[in-house]
Design a protein around this ligand. Sequence first.
Ligand code: BGC
Length: 695
Amino acid sequence: MKRTLITLAALALALVSVKAQPVVTQADKDRAAALVKQMTLEEKCKLISGQREEFYTFPVERLGIPEVLMADGPQGVRAIGRTPTNSTYYPCGIALAAAFNPSVAAGVGTGIGYDAKARGVGIMLCPGVNIYRSPLCGRNFEYMGEDPYLASETATQYIAGMQKQGVMATIKHFALNNQEYDRHAVSSGADERTMNEIYFPAFRKAVEQARVGAVMTSYNPINGQHAAENSWLINDNLRKWGFEGFVMSDWVSTYTPIGCAMSGLDMEMPNGYAMNYKTLKPLIDNGVVPESVIDEKCIHILQSFIAYGFLDKPMKDSSIPEDYDVSRQLAYQAAVEAPVLLKNDGVLPIKGGKILLVGPNADYVTFGGGSGAMHPLKKYEVTLYQGLCNLGKKYNVILRNGIPGNEAELKSVNTIIVAAGFNKNTEKENSDRKYALDKDQENLIDEAVATGKKVVVVVYSGGEVDLSKWGDKVNAIMMAWYTGQEGGRALADILSGKVSPSGRLPFTFWGSLEKNPTTPFYHKAVLDESVYTKHEPGRYASRHAKYPFADYGEGVFVGYRGIKHFGVEPLYPFGYGLTYSSFAYSDASVAKVADGYEVCFTLANTGQCEATEAVQIYVAPQSPSIIRPERELKGLAKVKLAKGAKQVVKVLLPMDSFKYYDIFSHDWVLDPGAYNIEVAASATDIKLSTAITVE
Ligand code: BGC
C-alpha cells in the first residue's frame, strides 16, 4: 500500500513537470544551414546515414554535432547501441489502442521518454501505426488497430508524451506496410482516396498536431515504387502536410543511390549502403544529383537535432533511474485498461477458490518478436501466475504444465484458466502469422473443457485468432494482447473483479478469415487456397494472384466500414468489449459550436459495481454525395462511474468529422447534408442517434 502511494505521488509530480514539445524554429533552421555550409561533402554524406549496426547517427565532432543514439520501441526502450540495457516493458501498440483512451498512450509515451533519457537515447523508433487489415499481419501487435481516428488519437498522444520529455519519436512505417510476408517485394496498391482516408491519417495527424520529429519509411513498394525512394510519398504528401523533421529509411530498405538521393529520403539506416561518399560523389560531379539536395537532407536532420537540444546538452539524464517507479506505474495503468473481455457467462470475476492455471503464457511474460521485442527488467516483471498468487489467501492458484490426469487433483478446482496465445517466435516482423492458436494450445483448451470445470481462456496476441474450434465451449475469453511487465498484476486485478475490464476491440473480430473483406486482397501466397475458392470469382478474385502485388481492393471499406458494404456480420464488432456492469444511455443532444458540434448525453452505471464505459461517437451520413462507409468513428469518451452513478458526457466533433477525401481537388472536402450522430457502445451497438444537418 505504502509503495502504491509513493508511486502515485511521483506520478502526479512527473506529469505536472511535463514540458512543451520541441518544434523546429526559424533560428534552428538558420543554425542548421550555417553548419551545413561548413561541412565537407564527405561529412555530409556520412550525416545522411547511420553507423553500421549500432543505432547511432554519425557525429561531426569538429562542428559539435554529436552521434545520436536511437532505440526501437514501441513497447519500451529496446536500446541496442554499445551498452544494451533492458527497460520497462509497456503494453504493445494494439493494447494501447484497445484502451480506447488516448491519455493511456500519452502515459506510455511519457514513460518511454523517461526510460530513453535515463539511457541516453535521443530518438525512439516508434510508434507504429500501420492499419490492421488482416489478423495474419505479423506486426499487428505493434500497431494501433483498423480505425484511422483511433490510431491517430492514440499515436498523437503517445508521441506528445514522449516528445515533451525531449525524446524524439519516429512514426513508422510510412506507408501501406500492412503485411509482413515478402515485405521487400510485395507492392501495396491502393487508390488515392483510400490512402488518404485510411492509411495516411495517423501519419498526417502526427505531423500536424504532434509535430513528430522523424518518419520512417516502409519496406514495401507502393504502387510499384519502394517507399524509401518514393518522391510522391515523401515530397507530394508528407512534406506538403508541413513535416519539418527528417525522413529515415527502414533498415536495409534502400535500393539505388539516385532513388534515395532524389526521393526526399533524408537518412538511410542502418548504414549508407546506397547513399555514401563513394556512390554520391560521381553523381554530384556529373550533375545527376545536385549537391543542394544533399544539403537539404543535412539541414532536415540538423534542424531536428537542434530543436531537441542534441547539440547543446547531453541526451542522458542521470537523475532518472533506469528502473523508474513512475514508468512502472504508467505501464500498469495501460495494462489494466487494455484487456478486452469478449465472452463471459458469469464465471468472471472469480471471487475466490481454487484456480488451475495452465498454458504457455501462465508463468511467462510473453511479447511479440522482431525489432518490437522487449527485454523487460528482470528485476521486475509480473507473470499471470504471480499476479494471481498476489491476490491473497482467498485464491489458491495451482500452476501446471497441462490438465492433471488425476481426478483427485482436479476435484476441488473451481476454475481453469488457460493462458494461450503467441510469443516472440510466432508473432513478429518479417513473416505473417497463423490465424489459429497452436494445435497444442487448442488441445489444451479441449482438455480443460472436458473436465467439466469452468474454463477461462486468456489470449495473448496482436489480433484476432480462430475461435471456431473452442470459442463456443469455454465460459470466458479475454483478449490480453501483450500486456507488458505489469500485465500479470493488471490481469489478476481484472479477473478477480478488483477492476472491471474496460478495453474495446480496436479491430473487427470477424470470426473467420473468409468473412474479413480484406482477405481476398491480402497477398495470396500467405493464405490457404480454400479462402479463395469459396468466394465467387469476380467479386473477390485477385487479378494479381501470381505476382507480388497486394491490391487493396476493399478500398475504404476496411474493418467495420465493410460490414454494410460487403454484407458481412462480424462475430464481435469493432469497439466491442464487456464490463462487469451495465450502462444506460439517455438524453442525447447535438449543438452547433464554433469549431464543430458538441454531442451531449447522460451515461448511467446501472449494474452492480464500479466500471468504465468506452463510449464511441460515430458519424453516419444519411445520403452522402459519394459512396461512403455507413458510419465512421469520430469521437471517444472513457467514463468511469461508481455503481448507481450517472454523468453528463460531452464530446466535441470538429468539422473535419464530416469531410471525405476528394480525388478531384486532392483534398478533404465537407460533405454537407443530413447526418446521424450516433452515441454507441460498439460499431454495431448504437445506443442513441440524433439527426443533424451540416452546412
Ligand atoms: C523494422 C523497424 C525497426 C528497425 C530497427 C526493422 O526491421 O522494420 O521497425 O525500427 O528494424 O530495428
